[in-house]
Design a protein around this ligand. Sequence first.
Ligand code: SME
Length: 160
Amino acid sequence: MFASQPLNGSKPEQYAQLAGQARALLAGERDRVANAANLCALVTHALPDLNWVGFYFYDGRELVVGPFQGLPACVRIPLDRGVCGAAARTRSTQRVDDVHAVADHIACDAASHSELVVPLLDGERLIGVFDLDSPRPARFDAEDQAGLEALAGIYVASLR
Ligand code: SME
């Protein structure tokens, strides 16, 4: 049974603890669905103010929803659409303080106010994106971005 450990200290310290938990959780398993599912559950329970945490996988043409925690979401996202598409297309993290100000945002849960999307890259190869939504405006700052990019890296490394 997994016992969640409370995080403490500064935000970077908390993300370092969460990274350790993620490494332990994914160790010894390479299945991309299994590891995505467990990472979503870990992050959802560890971090406050999130209403959607999940994965979209790139099928060679578009993004297809994978494991997530939150309300049912749109299944397919072309790379030229939405915040997720932008992260996949540009291969750079998208941090959006107010999704209502982004014309191209795809609303899956009306409660979402801010969003962070990290592209998942194995070298040059696009695997998909790791997407987090919050009901709180500007929920994600640069420290969250760094911490969540590190978690995304742990996920990608677990598949090798
Ligand atoms: N908001 C995303 C779509 C995915 S949902 O947030 C789960 C976007 O604009 O790409």
